[in-house]
Design a protein around this ligand. Structure first.
Ligand code: SF4
Length: 295
């Protein structure tokens, strides 16, 4: 049996950087309280917990006065920085540079549009940490659009600027933008004067879907490893299934079913942007053991 780990799978550089920052601080004996899950993968979170990292929630910040709190790759709204200052918290800021830049662009758009009565739209998942951080740049006045229904309350007779959460699907973003163009055109024959579309989906994510489809087609069986909270994982697993109906989603090697492999010649292993390489390697070893066990 040929077993191959997808060369394009694994953490994006924003997550790699946040984990490295946590590990470096912990190795120097500096305590790290991560604000929210550092990555949407329970196995990696457990590994980091094992070396001393704690995960805390926003309402615990007042109890962390004078201590260290890590901001993960998704970033935070300005209100978190204000709270940290108020409680004299030492912030270890691991916000991904791409997200930081996006926050700045959203803030500038809001400064431009607010005096004109315009709207900043964030295409993203309501309640997602990155989206909360982006909305915070507009004093929470941005409209979060998850699907077409969310467009109904927006005044398209005034200027509109749209940004996407970095991990959204490009096709879905295009669909939303096309509908916005249609609605803006009702008020203006030159819609581009009222609408600015910003292409802010991260290349680390948007390339994954075509890559994973090609990879899944190369193999008889696909094993996709992802945490249960990863929306990127759900999207990529669907792409796997489309390309290869013989695809299976697991959280870790304990969920492997030997029957999935029986009678096949090749198996591909891939994962979400939040799936660590060590976990996929563990799955590869478990598959090898199953295959050998069957002799
Ligand atoms: S997906 Fe892109 S923008 Fe988001 S954390 Fe990863 S590298 Fe940064």
């Amino acid at each position: 049996m040929r077993i191959e780990i997808d060369p394009n799978a694994g953490f994006c550089f924003g997550v790699v950087n946040a984990i490295k920052t946590a590990e470096e601080n912990l190795s120097k004996g500096i305590e790290i309280n991560c604000l929210g899950e550092i990555v949407h993968n329970e196995m990696e979170n457990n590994r980091l917990k094992g070396i001393g990292m704690k995960t805390v929630k926003h309402d615990q910040l007042p109890e962390l006065a004078g201590r260290s709190v890590l901001i993960r790759a998704h970033g935070e709204p300005p209100s978190t920085y204000e709270l940290a200052k108020k409680y004299n918290i030492n912030l270890v800021d691991a916000t991904c540079p791409v997200v930081l830049k996006l926050q700045e662009r959203v803030r500038k758009a809001w400064e431009r549009l607010q005096p004109l009565g315009g709207t900043v739209i964030i295409f993203g998942k309501k309640g997602h940490a990155e989206v909360i951080g982006l909305c915070g740049q507009t004093n929470n006045q941005a409209v979060v659009v998850q699907d077409l229904n969310d467009l109904d309350g927006i005044d398209f007779s005034k200027p509109v600027e749209i940004f996407s959460q970095t991990t959204k699907e490009p096709e879905h973003y295009r669909e939303i933008v096309e509908e916005i163009k249609r609605r803006v055109a009702i008020y203006n024959t030159q819609p581009e004067t009222l609408l600015k579309v910003n292409n802010t989906i991260c290349g680390q994510v948007s390339n994954r879907k075509p890559h994973i489809k090609a990879f899944a087609q190369k193999h008889d069986v696909m094993i996709f490893v992802s945490g249960t909270n990863s929306s990127n994982g759900k999207m990529l697993f669907e792409a796997c299934l489309e390309a290869n109906p013989n695809s299976h989603l697991i959280v870790n090697s304990a969920e492997l079913n030997p029957e999935w492999l029986s009678g096949y010649q090749s198996v591909g292993i891939s994962g979400a942007t939040s799936t660590p390489l060590w976990l996929m390697q563990e799955v590869a070893s478990a598959i090898e053991a199953i295959v050998k066990g069957k002799g």
